[in-house]
Design a protein around this ligand. Structure first.
Ligand SMILES: Cc1cc2nc3c(=O)[nH]c(=O)nc-3n(C[C@H](O)[C@H](O)[C@H](O)COP(=O)(O)OP(=O)(O)OC[C@H]3O[C@@H](n4cnc5c(N)ncnc54)[C@H](O)[C@@H]3O)c2cc1C
Length: 448
């Protein structure tokens, strides 16, 4: 009798889990429940279809439904799980009744934080998530003249560029003094904000949302803020991600301080035979051990693989994270690893800083782009603890990935200042910006 794993969620974590179970135990019965019409599409591409960089939504589908049938994964679309009973080892499924499991994986993901202001039920408020809805909203965007984006988080950043590309008068409102304040430093974001202004975006920082205002037909017509009203035909809600933990909480599964489900290194929850993965869980930061929730799709997928492998009888660990990140923003690409100066200061973590303004290729090679690197290190040991970058795009992602590994394995500014690098005029400069920043950081540390 094959063991049965039930997975709640068909996003990156849920499908990573399904693959993990099957890899560990090919004969396992795997049933996935999702509220959506589809699985295996990239939500990450949606803002770029809205912006016109990607010509259609069809390209975002990674696999057809038959691929899951062929892989022996039984996906139940548009099907909601309404309860979990960990003692009976069952879930309650709308339209199906009580379904038993040997192992359960909770991959219920995230929701945008409720803006919590009047007018939340008006037409014209767009929460970017589901691809089918995005296809419909794209038609609305085509008719939109004025839009407001609520909050300058990662999705807000992408949607500013997307709507500006579509020729829409775009306003960004955020209560913080600058964009992406929860993770980036103001000096990293300054060129991004300048480029948005050049592109025609209207930025309203230190501005709090107070209400959505509607017309007589129940459609949004404006946004009321602490700094006045802004007219809008469309409002994109890009508030921070909150864990979709209602099922887990109702089942008595332990949640942490972020509201994410607490899991161990094998992605096991506090309940027997119940695992969890993705944006519904919290994971400790590798250096500070601070719980982090709502990481990225790549984290969700890797956690899913871990949960699935272990539920399938294998053995796989998911370690604490060092959070490489990156995204296009305005005319720039920003990125980093671990944390920046703002977070270090907020947490009371002392640091030595090494900075460099470098280039992505030989200075004479066409297409050369600026790359600014900022490294933070522990005073004394000079162990790398954080990094942030802004540049034309070339190599920001690879540097962020590399620097996260450097932090993870305890590299110091000395190590990075003597690191080898590729030099080839078309793809890399003689002086790698990371090396220059590390060298400057070592010099800075000697000044005391
Ligand atoms: C517009 C957009 C852009 C993004 N851009 C990036 C990016 O650039 N890079 C990146 O790494 N990540 C990106 N992401 C991914 C994202 O930020 C998350 O990290 C990722 O979606 C987390 O995956 P998840 O599987 O944990 O959760 P989700 O994707 O939220 O999936 C949750 C699943 O659970 C199902 N579900 C929930 N409750 C129930 C229930 N009761 N019954 C049945 N099914 C249920 C839902 O239907 C869904 O299938 C983007 C996401 C969006 C929407």
């Amino acid at each position: 009798m094959p063991r049965k794993t039930v997975i709640i969620g068909g996003g990156a974590a849920g499908l990573g889990s399904a693959g993990g179970v099957k890899a560990a135990d090919p004969s396992a019965e795997v049933v996935v429940y999702t509220q959506f019409e589809d699985v295996a599409y990239s939500p990450c591409g949606i803002p770029y279809v809205h912006g016109g960089e990607i010509p259609d939504f069809e390209r975002l589908f990674l696999a057809g439904k038959q691929a899951y049938v062929d892989a022996g994964i039984d996906v139940h679309y548009e099907t909601e799980v309404t309860a979990i009973d960990t003692a009976a080892k069952t879930v309650t499924v709308a339209g199906e009744g009580t379904v038993s499991y040997d192992n359960l994986i909770i991959a219920t993901g995230w929701n945008y934080a409720d803006p919590g202001v009047p007018g939340g039920d008006l037409e014209g408020l767009y929460y970017v998530k589901n691809i089918r809805k995005a296809m419909e909203w794209d038609k609305v965007i085509a008719e939109t003249k004025k839009a407001v984006i609520v909050e300058a988080g990662p999705l807000g950043l992408e949607m500013v560029s997307a709507l500006v590309h579509r020729g829409i008068e775009t306003h960004l409102i955020d209560p913080n003094p600058y964009a992406l304040a929860m993770m980036a430093d103001p000096d990293i974001m300054a060129p991004v904000e300048e480029s948005w202004r050049e592109m025609g975006a209207h930025l309203h920082f230190n501005t709090t949302l107070e209400a959505f205002l509607g017309d007589d037909n129940g459609k949004v017509r404006a946004v009321k803020t602490s700094e006045g009203e802004i007219d809008a035909d469309l409002v994109v809600i890009a508030t921070h991600k909150t864990p979709n933990n209602a099922l887990a909480e109702a089942a008595g599964i332990k949640l942490g301080s972020t509201g994410g489900i607490i899991v161990d290194e094998r992605m096991k929850t506090s309940a027997p035979n119940v695992w969890a993965a993705g944006d519904a869980v919290e994971i400790p930061h590798g250096l500070t051990r601070t719980p982090l929730q709502g990481l990225t799709g790549s984290h969700a997928y890797a956690q899913g693989k871990t949960a699935g492998t272990n539920a399938g009888g294998g053995n796989r660990a998911y370690s604490a994270v060092y959070v490489p990140w990156g995204t296009p923003a305005g005319k720039w690409v920003i990125g980093g690893a671990s944390f920046g100066e703002t977070t270090a200061t907020a947490l009371g973590i002392p640091y030595v800083k090494g900075e460099a303004q470098g280039i992505s290729r030989a200075r004479y090679y066409p297409g050369v782009q600026p790359v600014r690197v900022k490294l933070l290190a522990e005073p004394g040991t000079l162990r790398l603890i954080g990094a942030q970058m802004v540049g034309g795009g070339e190599g920001i992602k690879e540097r962020a990935d590399f620097l996260a590994q450097a932090i993870r394995f305890g590299m110091t500014l000395h190590d990075l200042s003597t690191m080898e690098n590729v030099y080839s005029p078309a793809i890399g400069a003689l002086n790698e910006p990371i090396v220059v920043a590390a060298t400057n950081g070592v010099a800075e540390s000697k000044k005391g």
